[in-house]
Design a protein around this ligand. Sequence first.
Ligand code: A2P
Length: 296
Amino acid sequence: MPVIGFGTASTSSTNDTKEAALEAIKVGYRHFDTASIYGSEEPLGEAIAEALQLGLIASRDELFITSKLWCTHNFPHLVLPAIHKTLQSLNLEYLDLYLIHWPISVKPGIWEFPYPEEALTSFDLKGVWKAMEECKNLGLTKCIGVSNFSCNKLEKLLSFATIPPSVNQVEMNPTWQQKKLLQYCQAKGIIITAYSPLGAPGAMWGSNNVLDNELLKEIAKNHGKSFAQVCIRWLYEVGVTVAVKSYNKERMKQNIEIFDWSLLKDDYEKIAQVEQHQMWKNGPTKFISDLRDGEN
Ligand code: A2P
């Protein structure tokens, strides 16, 4: 799994997503993160097809593609149809990684978003995970995992999983370090992928907390790097993978140029002291903090 993935959760148009993904392949990204809810599967698939046609990559196997099962399909009988739909949208034969997007199930036919409490129904994690295992066994995805799972939910999942989750994709950056979850996942051999590694500035769900952090700015200045490079390098050094989004060519290049320098011990100590806030207030439900199971 390439350490730095290209995020496609955005409000940009389909055409912008296709162009950005193609540009990302040109500048060297080989890991792409999408989800059925993002509306980016089709344009990403088109970009991959064009990259193959242009000879930017020799075969699909050079890419690592992640997609996610949406909450309205978090039911055992809806998992296989959902991955088939995702593969059809991407025009691919297999995914590299398929994730349960959120640990909740939403009744079909409810359009209010974030979903109101009455839209939620009990989440059959055991049944859904069995169907995820089936996706892997059928060769529809090489690996399976989860997103937005607490230690408590992972513990439950590990108690019955025949195939353990490879990845837990969660919000993580210097202002939401999730130390306990990181330690837990590392002990269990579950790779963390950090989403919103820059705090998603400019997105409707994001904030400027990371961007405006004075300490990060100071560390960036001392190293002659950008705040974004400091965040991504810090995530890399703590041992996680990253899904970072930029549809701007210069910034997408900048975000993968983090392998030829390192942070100092002093930087670490200072970053460890940064005040912690979960940026995401509303996810698919207004009760996102409940999903943390009181952790952090
Ligand atoms: P843009 O697409 O115009 O580059 P996250 O990955 O945390 O969700 O953050 C994504 C947001 O951060 C996008 O709005 C993106 O804007 C912006 N961004 C991405 N890379 C950088 C960078 N190197 N410097 C400043 N802003 C960036």
